[in-house]
Design a protein around this ligand. Structure first.
Ligand code: MG
Length: 183
């Protein structure tokens, strides 16, 4: 699905081929990837980001940068340079983000359940997913900016509320909704 002016949030032309044909074009993939990271440094492989936090289980971790504020600033520069702020009102950004969620869904469609780490996915399919998740995040961050929501602080507040709503002592190992725990 195309975003504003036929471009994805990261600046990839909306006319890119479908996943399968895209995955057969290494140069296009590399070009697209560089647009996603936008000079923010090379991405570590997923393998190198598996860490054992002393719990005995490996856990995937993110790079510390870019921060959410870095992403907001990079996208603001991107839209300013193209005079696209005239299109990037909150409602349009919300619809664009939902469209990008649809593009993520397409990658999982018809596969059945998928194990953590996507063991049966090709590198190209993983890169496609990385790009579509990035589109979702870029639009999410810009939507928060245009709504004047300080997203990093809002996440802290919401996590605190979630801890109150779902006390670990009550819900451990259960998927029940919070209303089912009320006394
Ligand atoms: Mg996209």
């Amino acid at each position: 699905m195309m975003a504003t002016n036929g471009k994805d949030a990261c600046g990839i032309n909306g006319d890119v081929p479908s996943v399968s044909s895209h995955c057969n074009n290494d140069s296009l993939v590399n070009k697209s990837h560089s647009a996603v990271v936008n000079g923010a440094g090379t991405e570590a492989s997923s393998h190198s980001r598996l860490q054992n936090g002393g719990t005995g289980a490996e856990r995937f971790t993110f790079s510390p940068e870019p921060t959410i504020e870095d992403i907001r600033r990079m996208q603001a520069e991107f839209t300013d340079e193209r005079d696209w702020n005239q299109f990037h009102q909150p409602r349009n950004l919300l619809l664009a983000m939902v469209g990008e969620v649809g593009e993520v869904s397409e990658l999982f469609q018809w596969r059945g359940e998928v194990a953590e780490g996507l063991p049966n996915w090709t590198e190209c399919e993983r890169e496609q997913l990385a790009q579509e998740l990035s589109d979702v995040m870029i639009y999410l961050v810009e939507l928060a900016e245009k709504c004047h929501v300080d997203l990093p602080q809002a996440v802290l507040r919401k996590m605190a509320l979630n801890r109150l709503k779902y006390p670990a002592s009550k819900v451990h190992g259960s998927a029940k909704k919070y209303t089912e725990y009320k006394d």
